[in-house]
Design a protein around this ligand. Structure first.
Ligand code: NCD
Ligand code: ZN
Length: 352
């Protein structure tokens, strides 16, 4: 039996597009299905100033395939030298939609992130005044804190103090991976939201480590115990509008993943919607998928939802490619570990 699900066209509220040849290869995978995406600024060197963001936006716009309708929503990478005036001007012209906070050293290309949170206080206060959201990579970097505890410790020792010190600051906890993350959102007000990735709804830490190490499941924040995955699934499928999709699709070449010191990141852009439809169907919440992928995010960011529609169809499982090819080498697509019966109706995709 064929099942059909019609949604407003979705957006991705956390995406890594990279630059150059990688940008050209991965952008169509998102633009095919998603109307907008919050673009992460962790290039080398990072996207720090409004001038950097304007130049990066131009490179993204130039790489959009013909006939494809896609809007990149730019972010600035917060450093201890970020100028509040530059941030405010970038928001006023509509150039940026958020500022991104990486604790220094937390993840891929985060060396220029924040070490001393007092130094960014003037920027955060300005952002609270002008209503510009702060997107937070929520992990402490203290080497004495176990990697599986870094999110929970960050919430308690960094995020909560920042929020108390900066009333009115709108915060997105990005790619939450723990029950503590879910509970922190639930205990707070509408100024706080969280994105959840596709892969964290599917894998727990056993998937990475049992039966041989699986570098393509290694991402940051790292997947946690099963109870956390279940908390994320409950939150994503709850209909609560403080939770929405940020895929954190983070492409790295296979050579960079399958190495003695492999990069963190799961490449989920190509199959995110079929995987999410499977997850929401398992949770008997298909009617809430549209909220998660198409409605809650724009509401938090004060934008209109998209008016165009996208159709998902369920049929016999399709064998899908396991990688895309780039001129830097193959990039493996996230393997959810189950056959994909849902697919985006090809008539409904933006031409690429
Ligand atoms: C991201 C990347 O590769 O840029 N990696 C990841 O595992 N998610 C960085 C990040 O968002 O942490
Ligand atoms: Zn990310």
């Amino acid at each position: 039996m064929t099942k059909k699900l019609i949604l407003r066209r979705p957006d991705d509220w956390h995406l890594h597009l990279r630059d150059g040849a990688m940008l050209a290869a991965v952008l169509p995978e998102t633009a095919r299905h998603f109307a907008r995406a919050i673009i992460m600024p962790n290039l080398v060197p990072p996207v720090v100033t409004s001038r950097d963001a304007a130049a990066y936006r131009d490179r993204i716009l130039a790489a959009i395939p013909q006939g494809c309708d896609f809007t990149p929503l730019m972010t600035l990478y917060l450093t201890e030298d970020t100028d509040p005036e530059d941030v405010a001007a970038a928001q006023a012209t509509g150039l940026v939609s958020a500022v991104k906070l990486y604790p220094a050293g937390a993840t891929t290309n985060s060396a220029s992130g924040v070490q001393d949170f007092d130094k960014v206080r003037p920027v955060l206060e300005r952002m609270a005044d002008i209503g510009l959201p702060l997107c937070v990579h929520g992990e402490v970097t203290d080497p004495s804190v176990d990697i599986f505890d870094r999110e929970a410790v960050f919430i308690e020792t960094v995020l909560d103090p920042i929020r108390r010190a900066t009333p009115g600051l709108r915060v997105v906890m990005e790619h939450i991976t723990t029950k503590e993350g879910v509970d922190y959102v639930l205990a707070n007000d509408a100024d706080l939201a969280a994105t959840i990735t596709t892969h964290h709804l599917v894998i727990n830490r056993n998937h990475i480590l049992v039966g041989g190490i699986k570098p393509h499941y290694y991402c940051l924040p790292i997947a946690k115990r099963e109870k956390h995955r279940l908390a994320l699934r409950a939150a994503a499928t709850s209909g609560d509008d403080r939770f929405f999709l940020g895929t954190d699709s983070a492409p790295h070449t296979d050579a960079n993943k399958q190495s003695a010191c492999g990069c963190a990141g799961c490449f989920t852009a190509p199959n995110t919607l079929p995987v999410l439809a499977h997850v929401f169907e398992e949770e008997k919440s298909l009617d809430r998928l549209e909220g998660f992928v198409s409605l809650h995010g724009p509401a938090f960011y004060g934008m209109q939802p998209n008016t165009e529609k996208l159709t998902l169809v369920k049929a016999a499982p399709l064998s899908a490619p396991d990688h895309i090819m780039t001129s830097e080498g193959p990039v493996t697509i996230f393997d959810p570990g189950f056959p994909l019966c849902w697919r985006v109706d090809p008539d409904n995709q933006s031409p690429t």
